[in-house]
Design a binder for this molecule. Sequence first.
Ligand SMILES: CC(C)(COP(=O)(O)OP(=O)(O)OC[C@H]1O[C@@H](n2cnc3c(N)ncnc32)[C@H](O)[C@@H]1OP(=O)(O)O)[C@@H](O)C(=O)NCCC(=O)NCCS
Length: 209
Amino acid sequence: MHQQRATPNDRTTRQFVLPEGALALGAGLGTLRVPRAADVPALVAGTNDPEVRRWLPVPRPYTEAMALRWCTEEAERRRREGEGLHLAVTDEDDGLIGTVCLKHTNWRTAQTEVGYWLVPGARGRGLATRACRVLSQWALSATPIERVVLVAATGNTASQRVATQSGFTYEGTARSGGILFTGRTDLRVYSLLRADVPESAPGETTDNQ
Ligand SMILES: CC(C)(COP(=O)(O)OP(=O)(O)OC[C@H]1O[C@@H](n2cnc3c(N)ncnc32)[C@H](O)[C@@H]1OP(=O)(O)O)[C@@H](O)C(=O)NCCC(=O)NCCS
């Protein structure tokens, strides 16, 4: 049995509400927290990274003004309007080292989609897997969401590994399902269901993995 869902993310919820504004990534690691103005320089640098631009259709160039608007208005607007939840992935000193989000949320069908990127220096240590798993498991155990989708371009091996390492199941390929700057791409589609999530809710302790 899953733990009882905590308010305010009850059945009538149509927006995500984070407990105390953050989820713990695990012992000795940072958190997933709401973005803030101090994140702007790291957000600009990270979003302009060639690998991020290769696999995500982010604006080119991604400017300081765009980042400031994202941190101070846009992320919260999307949360408030129920579209999703856009968070900073932080290191142990609370600095932004990437982002992870829930987006394209459909509250009627109780589905959402997870997305992520990390700055180059933070890659290769399992952090994207942790961030993806913590946020997805939280959505499935503490909110009305029943299904989290993850899509990765067929060429994006790293992201596909994050999906399977996070416990997602491969479902198939959405032909020409995504747009990159190089053109349309097939997408590999993965999902995580509530039934896939272990009982203990993520983000409640500092060592939950
Ligand atoms: C995708 C991304 C977030 C992965 O971050 P990460 O922190 O390096 O991922 P993890 O350390 O959790 O690694 C997860 C798995 O991917 C593998 N992996 C990481 N980078 C890889 C690469 N370039 N090629 C192949 N496999 C890779 C890891 O070895 C690990 O697999 P393992 O557990 O079997 O060893 C990061 O590469 C990134 O920010 N890429 C650009 C943006 C992006 O593609 N976002 C996703 C869009 S769908």
